[in-house]
Design a protein around this ligand. Structure first.
Ligand SMILES: [Ca+2]
Ligand SMILES: [Ca+2]
Ligand SMILES: [Ca+2]
Length: 349
């Protein structure tokens, strides 16, 4: 009896082990699942887009295969933040309807049901370049110091995405000064208000480029000659006063109020356009709002604002290094006046 028992026990154990193995080797017949995410159904621009899918399985996902029109784009084995993704570049030659497909495979070789999405490709190839125009509200040559306006307008058959402008002046000795540092804007219609003094005698050229989304570019330039006399004095002043008044005598004795603000760091260390904002008010009405900018060299130039107030952009370069003073004066119809002063410190290396 003892001998029989010894033989039987290993057989029972073996049977149990085989039974356990057979359970763990049970074939995985459960398919993974997959779904596409963030695949746009319309494409109007050429270029690479990301195709994304999420996949799941009872055991493990081995890979997700991406297809466009049944052509394999990539078999992705490693998800990024839980998402399987690849990139695909659409081209105008593919205009029409296409099918993006993702298929997941599990580690047992089961294949998911296809996840598909139709994509309508309609890429318009823009070969027409923008048109950029510069108009100058200034005589050529400029012979009187003052503030002059250069207006920029850019148009495109599809759309202007960037406009870049810069202005450089060359004086009579050949020295070059940057009047407006290259700067880019998405605004398609704007103007530069440029204060011009005899310091700029020579030529100044504004160059503006406009780009569309397809990379087409148009460039336009405007060159103005500046020839402001540097002599002093302008002859005797004009007469003063008129005869005695005859009005009812409701004299306005109240001065206007005026303020000036320069939107710039103090000191200014980077060349560029800086905005000067002036505000004025009066009990009766402001009839004149003007500014005088005195440079460290002692040179002055005049600015004229709308009597209601407003902003102008002043190009600042290393030529202004030092302390400049901007004084703004508001005058009412009776001649009452008020001034505000702002110092501008420039230290551009
Ligand atoms: Ca499975
Ligand atoms: Ca275009
Ligand atoms: Ca007044």
């Amino acid at each position: 009896m003892k001998k029989t028992l010894r033989l039987t026990l290993p057989v029972v154990l073996l049977s149990a082990i085989l039974s356990a193995c057979s359970t763990s080797n049970q074939t995985d017949t459960i398919k993974p699942t997959v779904s596409l995410s963030n695949v746009s159904s319309t494409v109007t621009q050429p270029g690479a887009v990301t195709l994304q899918a999420t996949a799941d399985d009872n055991k493990s996902v081995k890979e997700v295969d991406f297809y466009v029109d049944n052509m394999l784009v990539q078999a992705v084995t490693t998800p990024t933040n839980g998402v399987y993704q690849t990139t695909y570049t659409w081209q105008a030659s593919q205009n029409g309807t296409h099918t993006v497909k993702a298929v997941a495979m599990d580690s047992s070789g089961n294949r998911s049901i296809d996840a598909t999405q139709q994509v309508n490709v309609n890429i318009i190839v823009d070969v027409i370049k923008p048109v950029v125009k510069i108009t100058a509200d200034a005589p050529d040559p400029i012979t009187v110091a003052g503030s002059y306006t250069l207006s920029v307008n850019a148009t495109d058959n599809v759309g202007v995405v960037a406009v870049t402008g810069k202005a450089t002046c060359t004086d009579t000795s050949g020295k070059t000064t940057t009047l407006i540092s290259p700067s880019t804007t998405t605004t398609t219609s704007f103007s530069y208000s440029i204060p011009v003094t005899a310091a700029y005698n020579g030529t100044c050229t504004l160059t503006v480029s406009a780009n569309d989304a397809a990379g087409n570019t148009d460039t336009s330039s405007k060159t103005i000659t500046i020839n402001i006399p540097t002599g002093t004095g302008t002859g005797p002043g004009t007469g003063t006063g008129t005869g005695p008044g005859t009005g009812p005598g409701t004299t306005d004795t109240q001065k206007p109020t005026v303020s000036v603000q320069v939107s710039a760091p103090n000191p200014i260390t980077v060349a560029g356009l800086y905005s000067v904002t002036v505000a004025a008010s009066d009990n009766v009405g402001v009839t004149s709002l003007t500014g005088v900018l005195t440079l460290p060299t002692g040179q002055t130039f005049n600015l004229t604002f709308d009597p209601k107030g407003g902003s102008q952009s002043i190009p600042v370069s290393a030529a202004y290094n030092g302390t400049s003073t901007l004084t703004v004066t508001a005058i009412d119809a009776t001649g009452n006046s008020a001034s505000a002063t702002q110092q501008i410190v420039v230290n551009i290396q």
